[in-house]
Design a protein around this ligand. Sequence first.
Ligand SMILES: Nc1nc2c(ncn2[C@@H]2O[C@H](COP(=O)(O)OP(=O)(O)OP(=O)(O)O)[C@@H](O)[C@H]2O)c(=O)[nH]1
Ligand SMILES: [Mg+2]
Length: 440
Amino acid sequence: MFETLTEKLQGTFDKLARKGRLSEKDVDDGLREVRIALLEADVNFKVVKDFTARVRERALGAEVTRSLTPAQQVRKVVHEELIALLGKPAKIDLSGQPPHVLMLVGLQGSGKTTTAPKLALHMRKQGQRPLLVAADTRRPAAVQQLEVLGQEMDLAVHSEGTSVAPPEIGANALRRAKESAYGALIVDTQGRLHVDDELMSELEAMKKRVSPSEILLVADAMTGQDAVSVAQEFHERVGLTGLILTKMDGDARGGAALSMRSVTGVPIKFLGVGEKPGDLEGFYPDRLASRILGMGDPLTLLEKAQEVFDQEQALKMEEKLRTASFTLEDFMEQMRQVKKMGPMSQIMGMIPGLSAIAGEVSEEATDKELVKIEAMISSMTRAERQNPRIIGGSRKRRIARGSGTTVPEVNQLLGQFRQVQKMMRQVSKGRIPDVLSMFR
Ligand SMILES: Nc1nc2c(ncn2[C@@H]2O[C@H](COP(=O)(O)OP(=O)(O)OP(=O)(O)O)[C@@H](O)[C@H]2O)c(=O)[nH]1
Ligand SMILES: [Mg+2]
């Protein structure tokens, strides 16, 4: 999502880095580019103005660190100010007595109904048994949509059709939650194309009946600055406790994410990154800032890895690393595991040093590549897989024929494997590998 912004900012910092010493004019020129990049990313005008003013003051001020070059210092200030702009990490408030009532509000199509089961899964992870509440009675299909999602994810749904008034449904659900020891109530509400009085009155009535500990605005990140003004309107009428930005996996320019907190004062609590129930990420300002500046986001990557990598597999790999017995079969297994973590471009965006080229990776191409690699490795004998060094010219021709590939492709695979082996040896000796060298 922040691809263009990342590219532009990187260009600016590279330019500054080539200058060595920075004059006031150099800093101003650099900041002008930063300003343009942010405006082009659709960040709120006033937010950009304040942001660059703060960076300028600090960059030209007394904050001199000997260990950093002037360009690195400017970059560090931009990084810190980006984090400040995005606010502090914010979690769901669990301080009160359960059931914790989470009320989802937002315009039509912003993603409320999709987000409800995502939040239910999140609450379940927090140890709170969730109950979803179908309180959007304007569209008959909305009740059904939530029921289907609930069924798929094995989540309880409270619904009363479409003839009962939503605040009444909310009150009934709350009573049921108390009686049946549900720890969390997640209320889906109706959306409209625009903020209007009828909608706001209904939400106010719902708020009175269910006393939510959280009123979360679900906003579509693709709508840019509109999302920001919508958030302000909702906040004035119903009082928001948090924001959830959806469709962050799309190609929105990111301005909404960068402006929302600063304009409304309401913290961003989650990011929606896909249509599936698992596609909800906590919001960590420092990680996002690092990602925007092309510094990667190793922490989120590590978390993702921990979620999908099989513990046992990971231990086995570690053993192989230590004993340097990493084979082509292991190589293929690793590629499969990495693939499970999500789209390749998304993964690369989180790796420092690779984020700049993440956008150039095509999913289809990596999938095809993986199929080819599997075919080639399957066409090898066991001995060849264990020790690829024995693969000479005639063996290469046989493998290519057997897998429907070409000898140069077999060569490429063997080359890649050698690179990975080399990297692995570096890692096992405690050195950080030069990941970029794999792509040269
Ligand atoms: N790619 C992507 N799509 C999303 C995300 N969140 C929601 N969507 C899609 O956005 C569309 C609208 O989502 P809904 O959850 O129905 O929106 P809503 O706010 O409940 O809409 P109304 O009930 O009409 O007010 C659906 O097609 C969702 O699959 C997300 O994070 N990423
Ligand atoms: Mg809905």
